[in-house]
Design a protein around this ligand. Structure first.
Ligand code: TRP
Length: 328
């Protein structure tokens, strides 16, 4: 074949691909060449969710979707249910090409309201139990994403490793977060299997945390808190009470240890954001639809220990965690 013919064929193919993307891509009647748009909803600000958010945005940029190429509408509900509702209705009207939902409550609010726009969830404990998908393998809804199922059993065992003679585990979470319910049930079962009694204190909002912690601090040898959005947003309030009582707190996520709890074995939330960012880019490029894109698992785990808190509690770091990431 002559050189010029090759070029022409390539150019024609490229043109055809562009036309296909422009006309058939989203099928939403938007003007050809209009900027793609991604809308992000996050329940509140705390370290893990912010890290997941950044991972998504960084990976979108890596895939060519920089801020000048697509519109990114970032919305944070500041922990307020009615804000979640308002943001969801706004997204419904704005019709972005893809919605990114960070945390279970945020994903539930958009998934309840919107059924015809792809939703990619991240920092979500369990898509199935939260009724976001029919199954993780084959969502069958407009929702897919990356879960953040952490090693609840190992997190509970961390408590026993730090407090070898422990008899009673405290368990704290917000009763209205299904993500926490799931982990609480896992923690309860595992504590029982380890021969630990469990004393629970649930909260409905941040204002309950101090009193809930005070109600159990005197009776327990350590406290376990899963990746609960309400408690994660107020770790210093919790730790003030538990430090005074000499009770270590083990948590579901690294950000909570950075905020003052003693330790965690945590999912890397930034990396889950990167995974989710790839899923968003694939959807934007027409390479997949949530209905048939399996929910992904997080990649690695990190042991993290707050050495300032260990100092305050006068606790030694057990040998088995000598390679942990230490934070102040
Ligand atoms: N897993 C939580 C959810 O499903 C979100 C979350 C991720 C989280 N990391 C966290 C909550 C850390 C508290 C702390 O909504």
């Amino acid at each position: 074949m002559k050189q010029w013919m090759k070029y022409t064929a390539a150019a024609l193919l490229a043109a055809a691909a562009l036309t296909a993307a422009g006309c058939g891509g989203s099928g939403d009647g938007k003007a050809e060449g209009a900027k793609k748009s991604v809308a992000v909803i996050q329940i509140m600000q705390h370290g893990s969710l912010d890290a997941a958010n950044k991972g998504v945005i960084d990976q979108l940029a890596k895939r060519g979707y920089t801020a000048d190429k697509i519109e990114i509408d970032q919305q944070n509900a500041q922990g307020d249910q009615s804000n979640l509702k308002n943001i969801a209705s706004r997204f419904k009207n704005a019709k972005p090409d893809v919605i990114v939902a960070i945390s279970t409550p945020a994903a539930q609010s958009v998934a309840n309201e919107i059924h015809d726009i792809p939703i990619v969830g991240v920092a979500i404990t369990d898509f199935e139990t939260a009724k976001l998908v029919k199954s993780n393998q084959k969502p069958g809804t407009n929702v897919t994403g990356v879960n953040d199922r952490g090693p609840v059993e190992e997190q509970v065992e961390m408590g026993l490793a730090f407090v070898p003679g422990a008899k009673t585990m405290g368990l704290m979470y917000c009763a209205s977060e299904v993500n926490s319910e799931i982990q609480a049930e896992q923690a309860r079962k595992h504590a029982a299997a380890l021969g630990l009694a469990v004393e629970e204190a649930t909260v409905s909002n941040v204002n309950d945390i101090q009193q809930a912690a005070e109600s159990i601090a005197g009776d327990v040898d350590f406290i376990y808190v899963p990746t609960d959005n309400v408690i994660a947003s107020s770790i210093p309030t919790l730790v003030k009470v538990t430090d005074a009582a000499g009770v270590p707190v083990f948590v579901g996520a690294d950000s909570m240890a950075r905020d003052g709890a003693l330790g965690s074995i945590s999912v890397d939330f930034y990396k889950t954001g990167i995974q989710a960012g790839d899923m968003v880019a694939d959807i934007l490029e027409g390479k997949g639809k949530p209905e048939t894109m399996p929910v992904q698992d997080p990649a690695d785990l990190t042991v993290i220990i707050n050495k300032t808190n260990a100092g305050i509690l006068g606790i030694q770091i057990p040998e088995q965690y000598k390679d942990a990431v230490l934070v102040d």
